[in-house]
Design a protein around this ligand. Structure first.
Ligand SMILES: Cc1ncc(C[n+]2csc(CCOP(=O)(O)OP(=O)(O)O)c2C)c(N)n1
Ligand SMILES: [Mg+2]
Length: 421
């Protein structure tokens, strides 16, 4: 049942308004930001039903917040499942590498080596923990902020760098915007710039897998803003109807470029609650809590693989970085918003937990940062030798006519001839 104690600045009654109501973000630049009303239940409040539970019996999970790590970095509560230290340490390393890679690429944009970049700062746990909780064989239909999945699945940084540089080693041959990766070898579907299309594609893929009686699942990610797209709703409808093995993840980082989550209906209810109307099990999870993301993802994966169909998950997080290198958040949100965000930093939280349990240390952490700094530097140096935006290698112009049609269409043949090729 709806938990009436939820009383945060983003969820609740809109109240009475005469005329057309246009939601505004809670705070604008120059105003003092305040997250003190965000509902953060204690770890012990999160009940974990068996994954076989009936969706209608667990609707409260769509309104609460599944948490495992408390404010003191101790793990507890029913969602605290046994995760081996090796997995947690890999998770910490992958999150750190994702963040350091992002920082490097942002820098390369500043000096004009790439034309565009998107960071996932503060959201690393969502991609990395989810990726570790499912199988590498499972099919990912990503958004543009899931670079952590590629890093966790072991794609070489140099391959990501070459894609961003659109150089001769770019596996997309310069046809995609930087960061719109595509890696078939890792079961990572091509990223689309058209928001939310990946949701219905994931459901369709999972329907085909169910028809084949395979054992793989599909997982897909959209942002809070993207839930306003029709693809989101038709994906949920098909997922509820045909019971395919799919996990549908909403990353609620509270912003869609300069539009607050309120403009996608986030003021009325939670994003997880969108699933209830379709009869889908729907979980709302602390997206900055690695252990909670892992446990919720595993629950949904076990459910899908056991034939119980789709799960909708809202990961509640905060977009620390600008939307992309083309964005300036100081124009639309208070400068200190990131500092007052109460669910902390996913890397710092897992690191503090692992130091407490004795599985990690400051010395190891420092050494890892040094290793990664050197590795990123050397991989970038090599990537740059294959060409950058400013100069050097580019994919051969003939390649733009290839790969789309099995047999080139007459107009393409003509155009290629016009180029003298
Ligand atoms: C169909 C469509 N509409 C609009 C855009 C422009 N656009 C690109 S990203 C974005 C914001 C998406 O926000 P959200 O879904 O919350 O994801 P986030 O960037 O926060 O991860 C918009 C409006 C687009 N790419 N595709
Ligand atoms: Mg968003």
């Amino acid at each position: 049942m709806h938990n009436k104690t939820i009383n945060d600045t983003h969820i609740g009654d809109i109240g009475q308004h005469q005329g057309l109501y246009v939601p505004e973000p809670p705070y604008r630049p120059g105003e003092v930001n305040d997250f003190s009303h965000v509902y953060i239940p204690p770890v012990s409040a999160s009940k974990m039903p068996p994954f076989t539970a009936k969706p209608n019996d667990i609707t409260d999970l769509a309104y609460g917040l599944i948490r495992v790590l408390d404010e003191d970095a101790n793990a507890g509560g029913e969602w605290h499942i046994n995760i081996e230290d090796d997995i947690l340490i890999k998770g910490l390393k992958d999150m750190l590498l994702t963040r350091m890679f992002d920082e490097r690429m942002q820098l390369m944009h500043r000096v004009g080596k790439i034309s565009f970049y998107m960071k996932c700062t503060g959201e690393e746990a969502i991609s990395v923990a989810h990726s570790l909780a499912i199988d590498d064989e499972d099919m990912v239909f990503p958004s543009y902020r899931n670079q952590g999945i590629l890093i966790s699945r072991g794609q070489r940084l140099i391959d990501l760098m070459c894609q961003c540089l659109s150089n001769v080693k770019d596996n997309c041959k310069g046809r995609q915007l930087p960061i719109m990766y595509s890696f078939k070898n890792l079961n990572f579907f091509s990223i689309s710039g058209n928001l939310a299309t990946q949701f219905s594609q994931a459901v369709g893929w999972a329907m085909a897998e169910a028809r084949k009686r395979g054992n793989r699942l599909a997982t897909s990610f959209v942002g809070d803003g993207s839930t306003a797209e029709l693809d989101f709703h038709s994906a949920l409808n098909f997922a509820a109807t045909y019971n395919p093995p799919v996990i549908l993840n909403i990353v609620n980082n509270q912003w869609a470029i300069s539009s607050s989550q309120r403009i996608a209906g986030g003021e009325r209810t939670t994003f997880a609650a969108r699933g209830i109307g379709f009869g889908l099990p729907s979980l709302r999870v602390d997206g900055n809590d690695f252990l909670a993301v892992y446990a919720a993802s595993k629950w949904a994966a076990d459910r899908a693989r056991s034939g119980y169909g789709a799960t909708l998950i809202e990961f509640f997080t905060y977009r620390v970085a600008p939307h992309s290198t083309s964005d300036d958040p100081s124009a639309y949100r208070p400068a200190d918003e990131e500092k007052t965000w109460p669910l902390g930093d996913p890397i710092e939280r897992l690191k503090a937990h692992l130091i407490k349990t004795g599985a990690w240390s400051e010395v190891l952490h420092k050494a890892l940062i040094e290793d990664y700094t050197a590795m990123i530097k050397s991989q970038y140096k090599e990537a740059e030798s294959y060409g950058t935006l400013k100069g050097g290698g580019r994919p051969d112009v003939t390649t733009m006519f290839e790969d789309v049609f099995e047999e080139m269409t007459p107009n393409l043949v003509r155009q290629r001839q016009e180029l003298g090729l």
